[in-house]
Write a protein that binds this ligand. Structure first.
Ligand SMILES: Cc1cc2nc3c(=O)[nH]c(=O)nc-3n(C[C@H](O)[C@H](O)[C@H](O)COP(=O)(O)O)c2cc1C
Length: 191
């Protein structure tokens, strides 16, 4: 079944994760409601030479982050889930504090209050107590904290394999079928 997904790219490193999720959802016909923060836009340029034009595709609705009148700011918007990938510690802090002063934080706030699926993919290192407390607050409120820390037991051969590892986990959380990662089989079957 095709889903209605809110995808936000915030200003953390690792925008490749957001782009890969966008590409997968678009290629598989899911409806994307896209948000990119001002810093997210900067980092798309910095890390991937990408501008917002890349995301102007059929089936994609783009919202300006300052537009708090958008339909995704309402609890009545029918949505299958929201993902912030990558998620900056700034946006995590704003959501954890209930500060809904832009559309990314407002849509996340609404997703939580409506008991929807909110997936946050934080990227920062090292992290301090306030970061940890904010993530605990959000986890307690029902969000899934899915750190951008790919596993190496699949023996990744290229950068894209590491990106797919994380995107596969996001898709699983959203109950979206994919073929990005096969179920893991141990090499050493003994023990
Ligand atoms: C090149 C670059 C990389 C950054 N990477 C991170 C990061 O990985 N994690 C993070 O929390 N902040 C990172 N920042 C800082 C955020 O962009 C900054 O806190 C910003 O206010 C976040 O805005 P947003 O939450 O509205 O997107 C980075 C900034 C720059 C310029």
């Amino acid at each position: 079944m095709k889903k209605n997904i809110i995808l936000a790219i915030s200003g953390a490193s690792g925008v490749a994760y957001g782009k890969r999720l966008f590409d997968f959802l678009h290629e598989t016909g899911h409806k994307i409601h896209l948000l990119v923060s001002k810093q997210g836009e900067q980092i798309l340029q910095e890390e991937m030479d990408l501008t917002l034009d890349y995301f102007c595709k059929d089936g994609v609705t783009f919202y300006a982050n300052h537009n708090l009148n958008a339909k995704i700011a309402s609890g009545l918007f029918p949505c299958s889930g929201m993902v912030i990938v990558p998620a900056s510690m700034g946006v995590i802090g704003r959501i954890a504090s209930g500060i809904s002063d832009d559309l990314v934080s407002r849509a996340a706030d609404v997703t939580l209050k409506e008991k929807g699926k909110l997936v946050l993919v934080p990227r920062e290192t090292p992290i301090h107590q306030i970061h940890l407390q904010n993530m605990l607050t959000l986890s307690s409120a029902g969000a899934t904290i899915l750190p951008a820390s790919p596993g190496f037991y699949y023996r990744p051969q290229k950068l894209g394999d590491l990106v797919d590892f994380i995107v596969a986990r996001i898709l699983k959380t959203l109950d979206i079928e994919h073929d990005l990662l096969k179920p893991w089989e141990p090499r050493n079957k003994e023990g």
